[in-house]
Design a protein around this ligand. Structure first.
Ligand code: ADP
Ligand code: MG
Length: 301
């Protein structure tokens, strides 16, 4: 179990992580979701003692990470798949890990096979690895010591679709055997596919957390919402606003608090060409955009 209590991390006067609390339970995959710069990596770095907390604390299985003897046997960590000596081969990197943790060499081959790196690829130097290959190696490295807790920062980055499916199966099996998994992502659909529990973070603050079903149920409530994309988004936004309808930017288009028919009618009146118009189905994407709306970089003109 991972327990984060009132965690704050400041850099000068800037607060990267602001009073964050959550728990990751054994047997569950917890997704840590938020836009770029939300504070996910910082939170994970504090978890494993790479960055000190300004306030609050994190414990893993009741212990502060730095106090865990031979931590790789208990906590598997993948924060930055490129943070290895570029001149070493994949196999050498795993060998060093295995020696440090006192593991037999047989474990190295098991892990190489588990993450579907070929023996030839394992002999290549890290500098010649693609991002996806580095991620696979990083997952192999995290799993080497057969830990009961996994902390993975954006592990799906660079993986191909088959790789993402493979990782999902791997983490699911790991959690079913009682493991605790925390994985971060800035992409909702990745987390939605993999996680049982979700923690949404924006601007260093937790904006929602809970199991996926509860969050979905919460998202389904409320006023009619429509997502619309037009050739001229600002013109449509202005026309909707003029009618007193609430509009916000969302991805490439707009999130409108009105029925789709009303949005379509307004577009017709304003002679704006629509390229996409759909009712929000209360999906997690809507929830994600909604909850992190204040923290999105994109705003309506
Ligand atoms: N060492 C640092 N010094 C100053 N600011 C930092 C440092 N590390 C991270 N930050 C800032 O903290 C915020 C959160 O960053 P990060 O945790 O990497 O976000 P995420 O992983 O969610 O994209 C960002 O605004 C980032 O620029
Ligand atoms: Mg990050």
């Amino acid at each position: 179990m991972i327990e984060v209590v009132g965690l704050t991390r400041k850099y000068g006067s800037f607060t990267a992580v602001d009073d964050v609390s959550f728990v990751c339970q054994p047997g569950r995959v917890t997704g840590f979701l938020g836009p770029n710069g939300a504070g996910k990596t910082t939170t994970m770095r504090v978890m494993v003692g790479l960055t000190p907390a300004t306030a609050g604390r994190v414990t893993i299985g009741g212990h502060v990470y730095q106090d865990i003897p031979n931590p790789g046997r208990h906590v598997g960590v993948l924060l930055d798949a490129s943070a290895q000596h570029a001149g070493r081969t994949g196999r050498e990197i795993l060998e060093i890990g295995a020696r440090t943790m006192g593991l037999p060499d047989s474990r190295i081959d098991e892990m190489i096979e588990l993450v579907s790196l070929t023996p030839q690829e394992a002999k290549r130097r890290l500098r010649n690895y693609s991002l996806g290959m580095k991620q696979r190696l990083g997952i192999a490295h995290a799993l080497l010591g057969d830990p009961s807790v996994l902390i993975l920062d954006e592990p799906a980055n660079g993986l191909d679709p088959a790789g993402i499916r493979w990782m999902r199966g791997l983490l699911r099996g790991y959690a079913e055997r009682g493991g605790t998994v925390l994985l971060s992502s800035h992409l909702l659909h990745e987390v939605e596919q993999i996680a049982d529990e979700m923690i949404l973070i924006g601007n260093g603050r937790i904006v929602a957390q809970g199991d996926k079903k509860t969050l979905l149920a919460g998202a389904a409530k409320g006023i009619a919402t429509t997502f619309v994309t037009a050739l001229d988004n600002p013109a449509l936004a202005a026309a909707l606003s003029a009618k007193g309808i609430t509009v916000a930017s969302a991805g490439d288009g707009l999130r409108v608090e009105a029925e789709a028919v009303e949005v379509g009618r307004t577009a017709l009146e304003a002679t704006v060409v629509l390229t996409d118009l759909r009712s929000a189905d209360g999906g997690l994407e809507d929830l994600f955009l909604e909850l992190t709306a204040d923290t999105q970089r994109e705003t309506v003109v």
